[in-house]
Write a protein that binds this ligand. Structure first.
Ligand code: NAD
Length: 358
């Protein structure tokens, strides 16, 4: 198979971790006889330095022409004094909009070897954790009408939470399709006891579920869902929710799995197109020191194989290789604990590549 991947290395540790992910993809390509063609493009702070804007049109065009996008991270101290609309991070919002990325996927996968990093009690997470948060990314209160108005109590500010049927339907379909490839359970999270927008959300998700009789559906209010994630996270398979609830729940889910350096993510559009990136930022404090954990970026590349290219065996291979290296006791500094073997970004990348060919 042949695929074109637009690569945004970005800033800080972005280039270091993306480099490791690409080398892993190269090993997969050779092992399974695929051809991955990489189109490197600028976005973020390095794009501001090179051409004066964080998301050049050439980058958008190259991303649209590719089969998927792999992104490191953008931003850093150097650009922190720029006004909000000129900052490198604006590139992320632009990419989501231009590429129609409406679904954000964050797997919460707790590797057995890292269970000590999980803040929950061992009996709650024994046997590991494996669920996905599917967050609606382009609607809801972050994009609704907003403004200020005078009221008898003084100046008031408002942000409107609004969801249209079609917006809910497409994210529900994404969640149910995903559950079909996993453990066949969807939990939809809303606040339907209070919010009109949540009542519509619940009605549409229930309608969509009729097309998936093999997938179980349950509904939770957001407050209960936040509690259940701590109390009994193993009950979840696919959690689907709106933009603001998903923003909060996916960060909560990240904490359960330990280090930010381990967390991959995907943002999906219609069809198989998606942008894949580690959850972490550009970590300027450790950039250029061979200290960054590249596993989130490598696992993001694995998600790209799974969700955009349908290369399930290849994606499983990458997860197995990461699991094997962790089981051998190798750790980057962010996940190091006493008794383990501490190594750098490039060394752990090399070990993962070796594990792929063993
Ligand atoms: P961050 O995720 O970059 O770093 C937070 C902490 O986690 C730091 O101590 C860092 O050293 C550590 N860390 C992060 N990734 C790591 C890895 N792979 N291995 C080891 N340690 C890791 O968050 P921040 O410091 O809040 O943000 C730094 C910059 O990144 C800011 O400019 C921010 O706007 C940007 N940012 C970008 C994205 C993105 O591009 N998607 C996401 C978040 C933050």
């Amino acid at each position: 198979m042949k695929y074109t991947i637009a690569v945004i290395h970005g800033d800080g540790i972005g280039p270091e971790v993306v480099q490791e992910a690409i080398q892993v993809l190269d090993v997969i390509a050779e092992k399974y006889q695929h051809t991955f063609t990489y189109t490197p493009v600028f976005a973020g702070g390095c794009a501001i330095d090179a051409v004066g804007e964080c998301l050049p049109q050439a980058t958008i065009d190259a991303c649209k022409a590719a089969d998927a996008v792999l992104l490191g991270a953008v931003g850093g101290w150097k650009w922190d004094t720029l006004p909000g609309d000129k900052r490198p991070e604006r590139a992320l919002l632009g990419l989501r909009k231009e590429l129609g990325l409406f679904a954000n996927l964050r797997p919460a996968l707790l590797f057995d070897a890292l269970s000590d990093a999980c803040p929950l009690k061992a009996n709650i997470v024994s046997g590991g954790l494996d669920f996905v948060v599917v967050r609606e990314l382009t609607g809801g209160i972050y994009f609704g009408e907003k403004g200020m108005k005078e009221t008898p109590l003084g100046l008031a500010a408002y942000d409107v939470e609004q969801y249209a049927e079609e917006e809910v339907r497409r994210i529900a379909v994404t969640a149910f399709d995903m559950a079909r490839k996993r453990n066949k359970k969807v939990t939809s999270v809303d606040k339907a006891n209070v919010l009109e927008s949540s009542r519509l959300w619940r009605r549409i998700v229930t309608e969509v579920s009729k097309d998936y009789p093999d997938v179980a559906l349950d509904h939770l209010y957001i407050d209960n869902a936040a509690m259940q994630l701590i109390r009994n996270p193993k009950q979840f398979d696919v959690i689907v929710t709106g933009n603001i609830f998903g923003d909060i729940l996916s960060d909560e889910a990240s904490m359960i799995t330990g280090s930010i350096g381990m967390l991959p993510s995907a943002s999906l559009a219609h069809g198989n197109f998606g942008m894949y990136e580690p959850v972490h930022g550009s970590a300027p404090d450790i950039a250029g020191q061979n200290k960054a954990n590249p596993m989130a970026a490598i696992l993001s590349a694995g998600m790209m194989l799974r969700y955009s290219f349908g290369l399930i065996q290849e994606a499983d291979d990458i997860e197995r290789a990461v699991t094997a290296v962790l089981a051998q006791g190798y750790r980057t500094p962010d996940i190091y604990t006493a008794g383990m073997k501490q190594i750098g970004t490039q060394e752990i990348g090399q070990l993962i590549r070796s594990a792929l060919t063993e």
